[in-house]
Design a protein around this ligand. Structure first.
Ligand SMILES: CCCCCCC/C=C/C(=O)SCCNC(=O)CCNC(=O)[C@H](O)C(C)(C)COP(=O)(O)OP(=O)(O)OC[C@H]1O[C@@H](n2cnc3c(N)ncnc32)[C@H](O)[C@@H]1OP(=O)(O)O
Length: 719
């Protein structure tokens, strides 16, 4: 797991060998310990270079080991031994030096990096802190402000930025190992005392106490309940205020708390979940590793409203030639201006030239005749989308992939409008489409593995986390949102206020509660869908009760607000009031409270006291129950798909792993028991009825989430 060679006569070269990222597994640590001893004991060897095989220095501690019993030599004494070595040790950093990998490099006496290398301490993103001395050495090397930035954000920095910080000693465009070996020869007889970072004083600005206070406040504000960023600040504060040994002791205490926390487990689960969604499969048996995508060079976007503009920007920024079509002249002019502005701002932020020349605008759908892939982004109206798909099928090359950016309409109905339904998939982007990371790639019954593979690859190329899901109303994300929204409305009917429900959800960690989120997205969006579905039309003459529709409980509260022209932020009124239309500062609205009182009186509803627990359980467990139904139906291949969708698309707090992981941490039997309780109290609400898969998992002894797929397979085969 690590190899030793003597090079240029006097340099001991230790090469980490643990594909794919040379993580510091027990075997690699053992290798480093043994080979360092060998290098130090060989009299011919005057200095040492540590590098990683295949152009990758080290991706850090082996995250897979965190779940089990740790064995092998521990990291901290290993790094101390390197730092204390009597011969100079040089880190040759190619590719990446992340987490424990950078901490290893910080224990070395010198660091040489390739100009394309990236370094960082991303432990915070895994619910940890740089617990192998990184929180104590980094501030001593680059100063407290820069160390706080890197450690609390976990961001990766380029070699050039690392050089500016003084984090590396030299960067090179040549073979890094060769340069490091020559460097090691040059410094072979240099004194080492000043090179041992742990002996340095910590570089603090004069107002360091104020700095820590400010950073702590910012971190608390943005952490949304995550504990690791706070512990990171505390660890750096220990470096700034305590001698090294005491700082290390504080680092150890903080790390021990984090290491065993549920948040670290959730974040580490999520790390692997993000990677698991790339290994997609379809119920037909088609899979990521047996389905080849076709290259896309030129794409088209049809419809330049908000979504179409964002998609165009995302494609152009990633280097695709785009034909952007909008049939309305005025809309087209506005869109051109908006898209150029978005591209220019994005380019300025990234320090590159704006990709304005990548886009050709047109009003005629004929102009997409030669593209490889089209993304339709017209208004969410099935009749309109069908028409567009018929036109596209007539105009485009027979091999063109036809994709719809629908947020929940039936992909199969669109596919049926075309000559080649196997080339039709959904590509559900999230607003703003050039910013949000999530893409649901939706396959219908006729979609080919080729089309899914191509859409998944396109998603990756434009920087999205793409999740392949089956075709059903609302797909995964919006289907699960429905019972969540429904419960929030029922809670208002029963006595809660929008402020209280939002407060509970925001304390849980959502960026925005359900009502603030609805005000932001616009209440009219859902209203139009409910109108089209015949739900939002109470017809007293037909004897249809206001609070019962299609045989189940229904809350018309959202419809009533829309009838008053209260569409949310854009009209300055919704579940909250705003200073003016477009303002984002939500304030409780006395009108809304009286409206709710009157509504309850009209329907003889007696408001009762609703507590935190009820809000959380009803909103979240009904959503989770739908998640189990989705798994049962084969719409998502596994719980990881759902969790990734919820974290990236719906601001589910990442440190809680996603809704399905959360259910596992709460305990499936508890989720089942509480759903049974609420369903008994509300038998006219089918979304509270525990689904078969949840019962089956509990009956199977609530296996760990990694084993759910086995139970899901059995349940599906029985259906
Ligand atoms: C009390 C105990 C004290 C312990 C002290 C601990 C102090 C140190 C802690 C740490 O070091 S925590 C780990 C810090 N490192 C990271 O967070 C890096 C994580 N990895 C990445 O960001 C990326 O993987 C990458 C390295 C930038 C590479 O990205 P790329 O897009 O090229 O490939 P991926 O698909 O992401 O990864 C490929 C493959 O490698 C697996 N992997 C990556 N890093 C690790 C790792 N550190 N440990 C184990 N496995 C890792 C990854 O899961 C992929 O495999 P599959 O999941 O697809 O099988």
């Amino acid at each position: 797991m690590a190899q030793y060679t003597r090079v240029s006569g006097s340099v001991g070269l230790i090469t980490l060998q643990s594909p794919p990222v040379n993580a510091l597994s027990a075997a690699v640590r053992q290798g480093i310990v043994d080979l360092m001893q060998r290098a130090l004991s060989e009299p011919e060897v005057k200095s040492v270079v540590i590098c990683g095989q295949n152009g990758i220095f080290c991706g850090g501690a082996d995250i897979k080991e965190f779940g089990g019993q740790m064995s092998g030599p521990p990291l901290i004494p290993m790094i101390h031994a390197i730092e204390a070595a009597s011969k100079p040790v040089v880190a040759a950093i190619e590719g990446i030096a992340l987490g424990g990998g950078l901490e290893l490099a910080l224990g070395c006496h010198y660091r040489i990096a390739h100009s394309k290398a990236r370094v960082g301490l991303p432990e915070v993103t895994l619910g940890l802190l740089p617990g192998a001395g990184g929180s104590q050495r980094l501030p001593r090397l680059i100063g407290v402000p820069a160390a706080l930035d890197l450690i609390t954000t976990g961001r990766h920095v380029t070699a050039a930025e690392a050089l500016k910080f003084g984090l590396v000693d030299q960067i090179t465009d040549h073979n890094t190992v060769n340069v490091a070996v020559k460097f090691a020869q040059r410094v072979a007889d240099q004194p080492l005392d000043a090179r041992r970072i742990s002996t340095h004083p910590c570089l603090c600005p004069s107002d360091v106490a104020v700095l820590f206070e400010e950073v702590m406040q910012r971190v608390r504000r943005t952490a949304r309940g995550a504990i690791a960023p706070i512990a990171c600040v505390q660890a750096v504060r220990a470096a700034a205020t305590l001698p090294y040994n005491q700082g290390m002791e504080r680092e150890r205490e903080l790390m021990a708390t984090l290491f065993t926390s549920g948040q670290a487990r959730a974040l580490q689960y999520f790390f692997f979940a993000q990677r698991a969604v790339g290994r997609w499969s379809m119920p037909s048996g088609a899979r990521w590793d047996t389905s080849k995508p076709r290259p896309v060079h030129k794409a088209a976007v049809i419809g330049l409203g908000t979504m179409g503009r964002g998609i165009t920007v995302a494609l152009a920024q990633a280097g695709f030639s785009v034909v952007a079509v909008e049939t309305q002249e005025k809309q087209l002019m506005e869109a051109k201006q908006a898209i150029s502005g978005m591209l220019e701002r994005g380019a300025k932020r990234r320090g590159v030239a704006p990709a304005l020349d990548k886009i050709n605008y047109g009003r005629n759908i004929q102009s997409v005749a030669d593209v490889d892939l089209v993304i339709e982004a017209v208004f969410e109206d099935m009749a309109l989308k069908k028409k567009v798909f018929q036109q596209l099928s007539a105009v485009c090359k027979p091999s063109t992939f036809l994709c719809s950016n629908t947020s929940g309409l039936d992909i199969d109905q669109l596919a049926c409008q075309t000559r080649n339904p196997e080339l039709v998939v959904g590509m559900h982007f999230f607003a703003p489409a050039h910013v949000m990371k999530l893409l649901e790639v939706v396959y219908g019954p006729k979609s080919s593995p080729l089309a899914v593979a191509t859409a998944m690859q396109l998603g990756k190329k434009i920087g999205k986390v793409s999740v392949a899901v089956g075709n059903c109303r609302g797909f995964v994300g919006n289907r699960m949102l429905k019972p969540y929204l429904e419960q929030a409305l029922f809670l208002l009917e029963e006595g809660a206020t929008p402020e209280f429900v939002d407060q509970v959800l925001e304390e849980f960690g959502f960026a925005m509660g359900v009502f603030r989120m609805s005000d932001l997205s616009g209440l009219d969006v859902g209203w139009k869908v409910r109108l089209a579905d015949g739900l939002a039309m109470p017809d007293p003459t037909m004897g249809q009760p206001t609070r019962l529709r299609q045989g189940r409980r229904y809350s018309p509260l959202g419809d009533l607000l829309c009838e008053q022209g209260r569409f949310g932020q854009k009209t300055g009124r919704g579940w909250y009031q705003y200073d003016k239309p477009g303002s984002q500062v939500a304030k409780p609205d006395p009108w809304l409270h009286s409206f709710l009182d009157e509504y309850r009186a009209r329907h003889a509803l007696v408001a009762h006291r609703i507590d935190h627990q009820e809000v959380l359980e009803r909103c979240l467990y009904s959503m989770i129950n739908e998640g189990f139904r989705i798994l049962e139906d084969g719409i998502a291949a596994g719980p990881e798909d759902i969790d990734v969708i919820y974290v990236f698309g719906y601001s589910w707090p990442r440190h809680r792993g996603g809704p399905m992981f959360y259910a596992a941490t709460v305990g499936l039997n508890k989720v089942l028991e509480r759903l049974e309780h609420y369903y008994q109290a509300h038998p006219d609400v089918p979304s509270l009825q525990p689904c078969h898969l949840l019962r089956k998992l509990v009956a199977s002894g609530s296996p760990p989430i990694q084993k759910w797929r086995e139970v899901i397979k059995k349940v599906r085969s029985q259906l």
